[in-house]
Ligand binder design. Structure first.
Ligand code: ATP
Ligand code: MG
Length: 360
């Protein structure tokens, strides 16, 4: 009997700025990979939700839009944000409007110095910086709680309340320990600011202590977020898995991406570890309007994102192969300007497709 090939359905949301440029590069590479492998199929459906839609209709996601996403196995997301829409409206209008109802509570950000690229850190080379940052993605400082009163008056007050619930902190820290346990070094750094923030952050430390007992083979270290920034720069080799709050990990992961060479190379996975909802995969960078339409956006972050999406779907072999091919292309110096090269998005994409075909 002829066995049916496994088919994955992906929702593409390219959205704003360089989003469409990098997502179409990512789709091209994913198609090339599935055809070359012959072991699974991948189908795409495009969703044109963006800041343009918002400006025309007043909302990013049309009525019933979220429901229509549920039928897909994963969401492949570009970037949201436009110069003429306030950032908090675009972020909450599209990205968080998907992350929150879909319970994508674990935001996973691997970073490493890819072969053929260089780090701004003196002496750091491939292998010296290989981290995965696990960011809380459902509450904390970005819970959206708070408000303003007495607008415009000198005594105007604005509050931004951080919400930490034991349930959400525990599920995230447990996920982070599981991640650490699967990596060769089995080492986790729990980051807080529990010296200054004495409620949520102290609970975070307590929960980490309790969860740690279930992972006796994982070495745990605690760091304050300010000291952590120094540690990342001065001793990158001493870190492996890092878990932090929504705000702290947001900042640390931009630093991580820069230390690894460019914000254009790193991926982000927004995971619902229960797998009740589709998870969402996006490059770490934003919409980068300064380079939009110029054909120079680095697609490597999106390729790595595509690899992480495949890994989540169960296609480990294809994921590893894709990343291997991307690193080969970086090593051959077909790279964009942000990595010191002269290639455009299309040349890098074509080179990666060539490399994939060659690899089979
Ligand atoms: P956001 O608020 O969505 O995070 P941002 O304005 O903070 O966006 P980015 O859009 O990520 O930041 O851009 C930051 C800088 O990095 C810009 O100068 C941009 O051109 C550059 N950059 C971002 N992504 C890429 C990429 N894929 N390739 C090359 N350069 C990039
Ligand atoms: Mg940013």
């Amino acid at each position: 009997a002829v066995s049916e090939l496994k088919t994955y359905s992906i929702a593409n949301i390219p959205a704003d700025g360089i989003g469409p440029e990098v997502i179409s590069a990512g789709v091209e590479v994913l198609k090339c990979l599935s055809e070359a492998s012959g072991s699974y199929k991948i189908e795409f459906e495009d969703y044109d939700w963006s800041s343009e839609t918002y400006k025309q209709t007043g909302s990013y996601i049309p009525e019933g839009g979220l429901d229509s996403l549920k039928k897909h196995d994963a969401i492949f997301f570009g970037a949201v944000g436009a110069p003429d829409v306030p950032d908090h409206l675009s972020l909450w209008g599209l990205r968080l409007a998907i992350c929150q109802p879909f319970q994508q509570y674990a935001n996973v950000r691997p970073t490493k110095i890819l072969r053929g690229t260089t780090s701004p850190l003196r002496n750091a080379k491939t292998g010296d910086l290989d981290w995965v940052i696990i960011r809380e993605n459902s509450e904390g400082e970005y819970a959206g709680q708070g408000g303003r009163s007495h607008r415009g008056l000198p005594w105007e007050t604005a509050t931004e309340v951080s919400i930490f619930t034991r349930h959400c902190v525990e599920r995230l820290i447990r996920f982070a320990f599981e991640t650490a346990q699967k990596r060769p070094r089995k080492h986790i750094t729990v980051v807080t600011k529990s010296n200054a923030q004495r409620n949520g952050m102290v609970m975070w430390d307590e929960v980490a202590g309790i969860v740690a007992k279930d992972f006796p083979d994982v070495k745990v270290e605690k760091m304050l977020v300010d000291a952590m920034t120094c540690r990342m720069v001065l001793q990158p080799n001493s870190l492996d898995t890092i878990v932090a709050t929504n705000l702290h990990a947001d900042i640390l992961s931009d630093l991580a991406a820069a230390l690894a060479g460019s914000i254009g190379i790193a991926p982000t996975s927004n995971l619902d570890p229960t797998r009740e909802h589709p998870s969402m995969f996006e490059p770490i960078h934003g919409s980068a309007f300064d380079i939009t339409g110029k054909g120079v956006a680095n697609p490597v972050g999106t390729f790595w994102t595509a690899a992480e999406m495949l890994r989540w779907l169960g296609e480990e072999e294809a994921a590893d192969r894709l990343l291997e091919c991307v690193e080969n292309v970086c090593e051959s110096k077909v790279v964009t300007r942000d990595l010191g090269g002269t290639a455009g998005t299309k040349e890098v994409t074509a080179a990666v497709c060539e490399e994939i075909k060659k690899s089979y």
